[in-house]
Design a protein around this ligand. Structure first.
Ligand SMILES: Nc1ncnc2c1ncn2[C@@H]1O[C@H](COP(=O)(O)OP(=O)(O)OP(=O)(O)O)[C@@H](O)[C@H]1O
Ligand SMILES: [Mg+2]
Length: 253
Protein backbone atom coordinates (compact mmCIF):
# COMPACT_ATOMS: atom_id res chain seq x y z
CA UNK A 1 0.00 0.00 0.00
CA UNK A 2 1.36 3.40 -1.03
CA UNK A 3 -0.34 6.34 0.62
CA UNK A 4 0.11 10.11 0.33
CA UNK A 5 -1.49 12.74 2.56
CA UNK A 6 -1.89 16.40 1.66
CA UNK A 7 -3.96 19.41 2.70
CA UNK A 8 -3.66 23.00 3.84
CA UNK A 9 -1.29 23.87 6.69
CA UNK A 10 -2.79 22.85 10.01
CA UNK A 11 -5.45 20.59 8.49
CA UNK A 12 -4.17 17.48 10.27
CA UNK A 13 -1.86 15.93 7.63
CA UNK A 14 0.87 15.01 10.06
CA UNK A 15 -1.38 13.50 12.71
CA UNK A 16 -3.23 11.54 10.05
CA UNK A 17 0.00 10.33 8.40
CA UNK A 18 1.54 9.36 11.74
CA UNK A 19 -1.57 7.49 12.84
CA UNK A 20 -1.70 5.59 9.52
CA UNK A 21 1.98 4.71 9.69
CA UNK A 22 1.68 3.42 13.27
CA UNK A 23 -1.46 1.40 12.51
CA UNK A 24 -0.02 -0.17 9.35
CA UNK A 25 3.33 -0.93 11.03
CA UNK A 26 1.62 -3.43 13.30
CA UNK A 27 1.58 -5.89 10.40
CA UNK A 28 4.02 -4.47 7.83
CA UNK A 29 7.30 -2.71 7.40
CA UNK A 30 6.36 0.92 6.86
CA UNK A 31 8.30 3.89 5.53
CA UNK A 32 6.83 7.10 6.95
CA UNK A 33 8.20 9.96 4.88
CA UNK A 34 8.18 13.58 5.95
CA UNK A 35 8.08 15.47 2.67
CA UNK A 36 6.84 18.69 4.27
CA UNK A 37 9.77 21.13 4.54
CA UNK A 38 8.31 22.52 7.75
CA UNK A 39 7.28 19.11 9.01
CA UNK A 40 7.25 17.39 12.37
CA UNK A 41 6.26 13.87 11.43
CA UNK A 42 9.19 12.32 13.33
CA UNK A 43 8.15 13.84 16.62
CA UNK A 44 4.51 12.92 16.01
CA UNK A 45 5.55 9.31 15.37
CA UNK A 46 7.20 9.27 18.77
CA UNK A 47 10.89 9.43 17.84
CA UNK A 48 13.08 11.06 20.49
CA UNK A 49 14.23 14.63 20.04
CA UNK A 50 17.93 13.67 20.22
CA UNK A 51 17.44 11.05 17.48
CA UNK A 52 15.69 13.59 15.29
CA UNK A 53 18.32 16.25 15.94
CA UNK A 54 20.96 13.89 14.61
CA UNK A 55 19.05 13.12 11.41
CA UNK A 56 20.09 15.04 8.29
CA UNK A 57 17.35 15.65 5.72
CA UNK A 58 18.02 13.66 2.55
CA UNK A 59 18.07 16.88 0.47
CA UNK A 60 21.09 18.04 2.49
CA UNK A 61 23.21 14.93 1.93
CA UNK A 62 25.25 16.84 -0.62
CA UNK A 63 28.16 14.41 -0.98
CA UNK A 64 25.84 11.45 -1.46
CA UNK A 65 23.66 13.31 -3.95
CA UNK A 66 26.68 14.55 -5.92
CA UNK A 67 28.22 11.09 -5.97
CA UNK A 68 25.04 9.30 -7.04
CA UNK A 69 24.02 11.86 -9.64
CA UNK A 70 27.56 11.99 -11.02
CA UNK A 71 27.92 15.71 -10.35
CA UNK A 72 31.21 15.32 -8.50
CA UNK A 73 32.89 13.34 -11.28
CA UNK A 74 32.32 15.80 -14.08
CA UNK A 75 32.16 19.52 -14.59
CA UNK A 76 29.98 19.50 -17.66
CA UNK A 77 26.76 20.40 -15.85
CA UNK A 78 25.21 17.09 -16.87
CA UNK A 79 24.14 14.56 -14.29
CA UNK A 80 22.52 11.17 -13.99
CA UNK A 81 18.72 11.29 -14.02
CA UNK A 82 18.12 7.90 -12.42
CA UNK A 83 20.63 7.76 -9.57
CA UNK A 84 21.05 4.58 -7.53
CA UNK A 85 18.99 4.99 -4.34
CA UNK A 86 18.08 1.47 -3.26
CA UNK A 87 20.29 1.59 -0.14
CA UNK A 88 19.11 5.03 0.97
CA UNK A 89 15.81 4.16 2.76
CA UNK A 90 17.54 1.76 5.16
CA UNK A 91 20.72 3.73 5.67
CA UNK A 92 19.38 7.23 6.17
CA UNK A 93 16.26 6.58 8.24
CA UNK A 94 15.43 6.18 11.91
CA UNK A 95 13.43 3.17 12.96
CA UNK A 96 11.48 1.64 15.81
CA UNK A 97 10.61 -1.95 15.02
CA UNK A 98 8.75 -2.02 11.71
CA UNK A 99 8.34 1.72 11.51
CA UNK A 100 10.99 3.59 9.50
CA UNK A 101 11.14 7.37 9.34
CA UNK A 102 12.67 9.27 6.41
CA UNK A 103 13.16 13.04 6.48
CA UNK A 104 13.12 14.24 2.90
CA UNK A 105 13.91 17.95 3.27
CA UNK A 106 13.05 20.71 0.87
CA UNK A 107 12.51 20.45 -2.84
CA UNK A 108 14.38 23.36 -4.41
CA UNK A 109 12.42 25.90 -6.44
CA UNK A 110 12.55 25.05 -10.14
CA UNK A 111 13.86 28.57 -10.93
CA UNK A 112 17.15 27.89 -9.11
CA UNK A 113 18.09 25.40 -11.84
CA UNK A 114 21.55 24.55 -10.51
CA UNK A 115 19.98 22.64 -7.62
CA UNK A 116 18.29 20.12 -9.86
CA UNK A 117 20.41 17.14 -8.78
CA UNK A 118 18.83 17.40 -5.31
CA UNK A 119 15.30 17.43 -6.74
CA UNK A 120 16.12 14.56 -9.09
CA UNK A 121 17.47 12.57 -6.17
CA UNK A 122 14.42 13.18 -3.92
CA UNK A 123 11.95 12.36 -6.67
CA UNK A 124 13.91 9.26 -7.62
CA UNK A 125 13.89 8.11 -4.00
CA UNK A 126 10.09 8.49 -3.81
CA UNK A 127 9.64 6.70 -7.15
CA UNK A 128 11.88 3.89 -5.92
CA UNK A 129 9.84 3.44 -2.73
CA UNK A 130 6.52 3.63 -4.56
CA UNK A 131 7.36 1.61 -7.68
CA UNK A 132 10.14 -0.79 -6.85
CA UNK A 133 9.63 -1.82 -3.23
CA UNK A 134 7.09 -3.88 -1.34
CA UNK A 135 7.03 -1.90 1.89
CA UNK A 136 4.09 0.24 2.90
CA UNK A 137 4.79 3.92 2.24
CA UNK A 138 3.03 6.86 3.92
CA UNK A 139 4.06 10.31 2.69
CA UNK A 140 3.23 13.47 4.64
CA UNK A 141 3.17 15.99 1.79
CA UNK A 142 2.95 19.76 1.83
CA UNK A 143 0.01 21.33 -0.04
CA UNK A 144 2.22 21.28 -3.15
CA UNK A 145 2.62 17.68 -4.25
CA UNK A 146 5.50 18.20 -6.71
CA UNK A 147 7.73 15.59 -5.15
CA UNK A 148 5.50 13.01 -6.83
CA UNK A 149 6.48 12.39 -10.43
CA UNK A 150 3.82 11.29 -12.87
CA UNK A 151 5.18 7.75 -12.66
CA UNK A 152 5.05 7.55 -8.87
CA UNK A 153 1.70 9.39 -8.63
CA UNK A 154 -0.01 6.82 -10.87
CA UNK A 155 1.17 4.10 -8.52
CA UNK A 156 0.14 5.77 -5.29
CA UNK A 157 -2.89 3.74 -4.14
CA UNK A 158 -4.59 6.64 -2.46
CA UNK A 159 -4.08 10.35 -1.84
CA UNK A 160 -5.89 11.59 1.25
CA UNK A 161 -6.69 15.30 1.19
CA UNK A 162 -7.35 16.63 4.69
CA UNK A 163 -9.93 19.37 4.81
CA UNK A 164 -11.20 21.51 7.67
CA UNK A 165 -14.63 23.16 7.46
CA UNK A 166 -13.18 26.54 6.50
CA UNK A 167 -13.15 28.35 3.18
CA UNK A 168 -9.34 28.55 3.06
CA UNK A 169 -8.91 24.86 3.75
CA UNK A 170 -11.46 24.00 1.06
CA UNK A 171 -9.79 26.22 -1.53
CA UNK A 172 -6.46 24.53 -0.92
CA UNK A 173 -8.08 21.09 -1.00
CA UNK A 174 -9.62 21.85 -4.38
CA UNK A 175 -6.28 23.07 -5.74
CA UNK A 176 -4.61 19.87 -4.57
CA UNK A 177 -7.35 17.83 -6.22
CA UNK A 178 -6.64 19.54 -9.56
CA UNK A 179 -2.91 18.78 -9.28
CA UNK A 180 -3.61 15.20 -8.23
CA UNK A 181 -5.89 14.64 -11.22
CA UNK A 182 -3.25 16.08 -13.56
CA UNK A 183 -0.80 13.57 -12.11
CA UNK A 184 -3.39 10.80 -12.55
CA UNK A 185 -3.43 9.64 -8.94
CA UNK A 186 -6.04 6.84 -9.12
CA UNK A 187 -7.85 7.38 -5.81
CA UNK A 188 -8.40 10.74 -4.15
CA UNK A 189 -10.16 10.60 -0.78
CA UNK A 190 -11.14 13.71 1.15
CA UNK A 191 -11.09 13.51 4.94
CA UNK A 192 -13.15 16.12 6.76
CA UNK A 193 -11.28 17.03 9.92
CA UNK A 194 -12.05 19.01 13.11
CA UNK A 195 -15.77 18.47 12.58
CA UNK A 196 -17.90 19.94 15.38
CA UNK A 197 -21.44 19.85 14.03
CA UNK A 198 -23.26 18.18 11.11
CA UNK A 199 -23.36 21.55 9.34
CA UNK A 200 -19.56 21.40 9.07
CA UNK A 201 -19.86 18.32 6.87
CA UNK A 202 -22.61 19.95 4.82
CA UNK A 203 -20.38 23.01 4.39
CA UNK A 204 -17.54 20.85 3.11
CA UNK A 205 -19.81 18.82 0.81
CA UNK A 206 -21.33 21.98 -0.63
CA UNK A 207 -17.96 23.50 -1.55
CA UNK A 208 -16.34 20.30 -2.77
CA UNK A 209 -19.48 19.54 -4.79
CA UNK A 210 -19.39 15.95 -3.60
CA UNK A 211 -20.17 14.04 -0.44
CA UNK A 212 -17.20 13.20 1.72
CA UNK A 213 -17.37 9.69 3.11
CA UNK A 214 -14.90 10.00 5.96
CA UNK A 215 -14.66 12.62 8.65
CA UNK A 216 -12.93 13.06 11.99
CA UNK A 217 -14.54 15.01 14.85
CA UNK A 218 -12.78 17.83 16.63
CA UNK A 219 -10.85 15.93 19.30
CA UNK A 220 -10.12 17.58 22.63
CA UNK A 221 -7.84 14.69 23.67
CA UNK A 222 -5.31 15.85 21.06
CA UNK A 223 -4.38 18.76 23.27
CA UNK A 224 -2.98 16.29 25.79
CA UNK A 225 -1.06 14.54 23.03
CA UNK A 226 0.41 17.84 21.82
CA UNK A 227 1.51 18.50 25.41
CA UNK A 228 3.17 15.06 25.43
CA UNK A 229 0.94 13.82 28.26
CA UNK A 230 -0.59 10.90 26.34
CA UNK A 231 0.45 8.72 23.38
CA UNK A 232 -1.05 9.27 19.96
CA UNK A 233 -2.70 5.84 20.12
CA UNK A 234 -4.61 6.95 23.22
CA UNK A 235 -6.42 9.74 21.36
CA UNK A 236 -9.87 9.55 19.78
CA UNK A 237 -8.29 10.88 16.57
CA UNK A 238 -6.17 7.73 16.30
CA UNK A 239 -9.20 5.46 16.71
CA UNK A 240 -11.00 7.34 13.97
CA UNK A 241 -8.05 6.78 11.64
CA UNK A 242 -8.11 3.05 12.51
CA UNK A 243 -11.71 2.89 11.35
CA UNK A 244 -11.05 4.89 8.19
CA UNK A 245 -8.09 2.78 7.07
CA UNK A 246 -9.93 -0.46 7.59
CA UNK A 247 -12.75 0.79 5.33
CA UNK A 248 -10.30 2.08 2.73
CA UNK A 249 -8.36 -1.21 2.75
CA UNK A 250 -11.55 -3.13 2.07
CA UNK A 251 -12.43 -0.77 -0.81
CA UNK A 252 -9.00 -0.99 -2.41
CA UNK A 253 -8.86 -4.79 -2.26
N1 LIG B 1 -9.52 16.39 14.78
C1 LIG B 1 -8.83 17.32 15.43
N2 LIG B 1 -9.32 17.88 16.56
C2 LIG B 1 -8.63 18.83 17.24
N3 LIG B 1 -7.43 19.29 16.86
C3 LIG B 1 -6.87 18.76 15.77
C4 LIG B 1 -7.54 17.75 14.98
N4 LIG B 1 -6.71 17.42 13.95
C5 LIG B 1 -5.61 18.17 14.09
N5 LIG B 1 -5.69 18.97 15.18
C6 LIG B 1 -4.68 19.93 15.66
O1 LIG B 1 -4.37 20.81 14.61
C7 LIG B 1 -2.98 21.13 14.60
C8 LIG B 1 -2.38 20.77 13.24
O2 LIG B 1 -2.35 19.36 13.09
P1 LIG B 1 -1.21 18.69 12.19
O3 LIG B 1 0.12 19.15 12.64
O4 LIG B 1 -1.48 17.24 12.12
O5 LIG B 1 -1.58 19.37 10.80
P2 LIG B 1 -0.66 19.60 9.51
O6 LIG B 1 -1.62 19.69 8.37
O7 LIG B 1 0.38 18.57 9.44
O8 LIG B 1 -0.02 20.99 9.83
P3 LIG B 1 1.30 21.66 9.19
O9 LIG B 1 0.87 22.19 7.88
O10 LIG B 1 1.63 22.73 10.18
O11 LIG B 1 2.34 20.58 9.09
C9 LIG B 1 -2.35 20.37 15.77
O12 LIG B 1 -2.26 21.22 16.87
C10 LIG B 1 -3.37 19.26 16.04
O13 LIG B 1 -3.37 18.84 17.37
MG1 LIG C 1 2.46 18.72 9.30
Amino acid sequence: MKIAVSGKGGSGKTLFSASLAIILSKKNKVYAIDADPDGNLGLTLGFEKHQLDSLTPISELKDLINERTGVSSNRTGFYILNPEVSDVPEKYSLHQGNLYFLLLGTLKKASSGCYCPENTFLKRLISHLVLERDEVVVIDLPAGIEVLTRGSAKNVDVLFIMVEPTMKSLQTALRIEVLAKELEIPNIVFIGNKIVVQQDIEFINHHLKKEIIYSIPFDKTLQKFEQQKVHLFETDFFHQVEKIISFVEIKLN
